[in-house]
Design a protein around this ligand. Structure first.
Ligand SMILES: NC(=O)c1ccc[n+]([C@@H]2O[C@H](COP(=O)([O-])OP(=O)(O)OC[C@H]3O[C@@H](n4cnc5c(N)ncnc54)[C@H](O)[C@@H]3O)[C@@H](O)[C@H]2O)c1
Length: 343
C-alpha cells in the first residue's frame, strides 16, 4: 500500500520556516511542496535547499494554486490571522506557529474560520514535547505529586533575540514569544484554566536600544481549582549567558515536587578560549543527520496526527485560552491591577 503523504506548504521562510522544512523533508508521511515569503530570495533559498518545487511571494496565490493538504504559518507573531483565515477558506489544514494570535479579535477570527470550513488546526506550543516537562506530566498523571499546588517557571531569552534575531520584536513581546509556551505548559501541567492574573512589567533596557517592547514581565497566575504559579518572562538576560534560553521550572504538589533546570543542566558544556557554552541538545539538534529535539517533535506529531486522524495534542481551544490569558496578563501589567480572565 502507498504510504500516505501530507503535502505541506510553508508561509514564512525565516528562521523557523526552515525548521519546518527539515521535518517535512525527513518525515516519511510528509512532503514539502510549496513555500511563500514576501521576500522571494528567502523563499527561493529554502526551496533550493529542501527541494521545494513551488515558490510564491503572495500567500493568496499559493492558497489558490498550490496542491497542498496543509500549510504551516511561520510568519511573525502578529501576522498569523489573515493567512490562517485565507488558507482555511481554501480548505487547507493549519499548523500555526505560536502564539495563535496577538489580539482577541484575531484569535476569534481564526477559530471561526477553522470551524466554518471544517479544517483542522494545531498551534505549535511545542514545550509539551520537551522531554523533562513531558516526564513531569507523566509523574503528575501517575499521581506521584498529589494535587499540583504551586509552580514557578522562568522562561527568558538573551537580549540578542530582541535586538538582533527578530526584526519584528517591537511588534511582539516576550510574553508572546516565550510566555505563550510558559503559560500553555502551566495550563497543561495543572490541567486547569487560568482564572485570574496579576502582573508587573519593567521596560527601558530594550527601549534604550530602540526596541519598543517591555524588558520583563513577572506574573502571578491563579487557576480555577486553586493552583497558583509565578511566571517570569524576560528578553534581557545578558548575552554572555551560556544558553539562549534561561529556563527553570519547579512544581510542588500535595505529595511531591519536580524541579527542572534546562539552562545549565550539566549534561554537556563546551568551552573555547573565551567562554563556556551549553550546546543545544533539547530544542533543535541533529543525531546522525536526523532531526531531534522538541521543536522537531511537535511538527512531526502534527504530521502523525494528520495521518492517523487523532486529535492534536495541542487543541485549538488550548491555544485560544492561552492567548486570552496572555492578553489578561498584558492588561494587568498595563493597569497595575489583578485581571479576571474571561474566555
Ligand atoms: N515554536 C517555537 O518555539 C518558535 C521558535 C521560533 C519562532 N517561532 C515562531 O515562528 C514565527 C516566525 O518566527 P521566525 O523567527 O521564523 O521569524 P523570521 O522573521 O525569521 O521569519 C518570518 C518570515 O515571514 C515572512 N513574512 C512576514 N509576513 C509575511 C506575509 N504576509 N507573507 C509571506 N511572508 C511573510 C518574512 O519576510 C520573514 O521571512 C513567529 O510566530 C515565532 O514566534 C516559534
Amino acid at each position: 500500500m502507498m504510504e500516505k503523504k501530507i503535502k505541506m506548504g510553508i508561509v514564512g521562510a525565516g528562521t523557523w520556516g526552515r525548521t519546518h522544512a527539515y521535518i517535512y523533508r525527513e518525515h516519511s508521511n510528509a512532503e514539502p511542496v510549496a513555500i511563500c515569503d514576501m521576500n522571494r530570495e528567502r523563499a527561493q533559498a529554502i526551496a533550493d535547499e529542501f527541494g521545494i518545487k513551488e515558490v510564491y511571494t503572495d500567500y493568496h496565490e499559493m492558497a489558490e494554486k498550490a496542491d497542498i493538504d496543509a500549510v504551516a504559518i511561520v510568519t511573525p507573531d502578529f501576522a498569523h490571522a489573515d493567512i490562517a483565515c485565507c488558507f482555511a477558506d481554501h480548505k487547507r489544514h493549519l499548523l500555526i506557529e505560536k502564539p495563535l494570535a496577538t489580539t482577541r479579535e484575531d484569535a476569534e477570527r481564526i477559530v471561526e474560520a477553522v470551524k466554518r470550513n471544517g479544517v483542522r488546526c494545531m498551534v505549535d506550543l511545542h514545550n509539551r514535547w520537551n522531554a523533562p516537562f513531558n516526564t513531569c506530566k507523566q509523574l503528575i498523571e501517575a499521581g506521584k505529586l498529589g494535587d499540583p499546588y504551586t509552580a514557578y517557571i522562568r522562561h527568558s531569552d538573551i537580549k540578542w533575540c530582541a535586538t538582533d534575531l527578530l526584526p519584528w520584536a517591537a511588534k511582539s513581546s516576550i510574553l508572546w514569544f516565550l510566555g505563550s509556551h510558559s503559560l500553555d505548559t502551566l495550563r497543561w501541567l495543572f490541567n486547569d484554566e487560568v482564572k485570574r492574573v496579576y502582573a508587573v512589567k519593567r521596560e527601558g533596557i530594550l527601549k534604550a536600544e530602540g526596541i519598543d517592547t517591555p524588558d520583563i514581565y513577572l506574573s502571578t497566575i491563579e487557576f480555577e481549582h486553586g493552583g497558583i504559579a509565578h511566571m517570569e518572562n524576560g528578553w534581557v538576560t545578558p548575552n554572555g549567558n551560556g544558553n539562549v534560553n534561561d529556563f527553570r521550572f519547579s512544581i510542588m504538589g500535595t505529595e511531591g515536587m519536580v524541579n527542572l533546570n534546562l539552562s545549565n543542566h550539566d549534561l554537556i558544556t563546551f568551552a573555547d578560549q573565551e567562554k563556556i557554552m551549553v550546546p543545544d541538545i533539547l530544542v533543535s539538534n541533529f543525531v546522525f543527520g536526523k532531526c531531534k529535539g522538541l521543536s522537531y517533535e511537535s511538527i512531526r506529531d502534527f504530521i502523525d496526527r494528520m495521518v492517523d486522524g487523532q486529535e492534536f495534542r495541542v487543541t485549538l481551544e488550548d491555544s485560544r485560552k492561552t492567548c486570552i490569558a496572555i492578553l489578561a496578563i498584558i492588561e494587568s501589567a498595563e493597569k497595575g491591577i489583578p485581571v479576571e480572565v474571561t474566555y
